[in-house]
Design a protein around this ligand. Sequence first.
Ligand SMILES: Cc1cc2nc3c(=O)[nH]c(=O)nc-3n(C[C@H](O)[C@H](O)[C@H](O)COP(=O)(O)OP(=O)(O)OC[C@H]3O[C@@H](n4cnc5c(N)ncnc54)[C@H](O)[C@@H]3O)c2cc1C
Ligand code: SF4
Ligand code: SF4
Length: 421
Amino acid sequence: MSPRERFNRIPESGLCIGCGLCQSLAGPECISMAMTTEGNQRPVVRGRLDDRMVDRIYAVCPGTRVDGLAERLLTEDTSVDAVWGPFQRIVYAYAADPEVRFQGSTGGVLSALALYLLESRRVDFILHAKASAAHPTWGERHVSFDAAAVMAGAQSRYGPTAPLVDFREILDRGRPFAFIGKPCDVAALRNYARLDDRVDRLCQFHLAPVCGGFMEPAAMRRFLASLGLAEADVTRFSYRGRGCPGPTRIETADGRVIEKTYLDMWGKDESAWGLPFRCKICPDGIGEAADIAAADTWPGGAPTPESQATDKGTNAVLARTANGRDLLDAAARDGAIVIDGEAGPREMDVYQPHQVSKKLAVWARHAGLRAAGRLAPETARLRIEELARTAGVSSNLAQARGTRRRAREGRTDEPTPRPAD
Ligand SMILES: Cc1cc2nc3c(=O)[nH]c(=O)nc-3n(C[C@H](O)[C@H](O)[C@H](O)COP(=O)(O)OP(=O)(O)OC[C@H]3O[C@@H](n4cnc5c(N)ncnc54)[C@H](O)[C@@H]3O)c2cc1C
Ligand code: SF4
Ligand code: SF4
């Protein structure tokens, strides 16, 4: 198999989640992220790849490798829950500034922490994401040096987003920064830290939203079509924020503004979401390798018709490392966030039933992929085999056989990425 074919096996196996790190490693003249003929954001090979580079990509890509928190980051204060992983403290919290809380996706904690990190000069900038200028339903990598830029990146982007496309250039700046990205982005960054010691030196804080996955572009096109819109009509798309979850707001080129509720858009559970395949086999949607992971606090995993109109937003926040706990405590002490009580893993189960069931199912899904001769992510320190044992034989067989069947039928595969233009 040529290096190009070997690299393409990652997206062809449905394992690419579009983080962009392979572009940064190989250089955009060799691999570049593009909209494909299917409308996804995928890495397209444009130059010559050698086996050494493909080995490096396999070692860092979150489609092929996902590890839990490194043992050196566990301390005697760390508890490890079988489902929720390592944590030092779990709290309810929200941004102390009511405007940040209002603008934020849930309680604005991630934005408030980013603002605090800049104001207290712990870091020079934040690497995160904002709405894409070219594709308003997507996200794009965003570097924030000030409060206005941080807030321009607030809120959840439930579309393809590649925050790591130029990660090596970010490191070349030689300045301390904090990273906010999905758990798979954090996994990629932690993987890359094994190859480049600048990551641990310069990336001082790793923050993540807990993540059940995003809406794949085909599902977004169906949603827009149900409103009589095509993607080209949309000039701005805000998934949530301005309350918790706040409205899904769509602005069009001809001046229309359409607002839908979160429940209109997503339904009551993730079965209606049209998730990318990689999200269905995600071994870590809970930010196990982050210093801090922030989640929603809706019992059952979704807001109610009543709460979505009135909720001001409160995050459940897992401080996983000593670094994360110290940041959380300092931000509360200095008035950047309000801590509104302690929570624990069993409360998290109540807010995130979809995360619990996926965590119990993924080991068998990976086994099903391997049984069909497909690639599956290598994992470590995520307890997924141990969790699968608690799920029981019949559940594991059903998950493994279902995934094996889908893989054999080609339903987990994607075409080789080709650029749309
Ligand atoms: C794709 C996705 C799926 C999610 N699924 C769940 C879930 O299953 N359960 C749950 O409890 N919560 C989920 N969330 C998290 C939830 O929506 C909030 O993001 C989280 O509670 C943090 O809220 P906040 O108010 O502190 O965030 P904010 O203060 O609004 O800050 C959000 C930060 O995340 C960054 N960001 C947003 N979207 C992306 C993206 N796509 N890629 C990289 N960085 C991004 C922004 O740049 C910003 O800095 C999901 C979020 C995303 C993006
Ligand atoms: S997940 Fe990231 S590193 Fe892996 S192939 Fe996709 S864009 Fe490249
Ligand atoms: S569910 Fe997992 S793979 Fe999908 S976007 Fe979230 S962290 Fe990434």
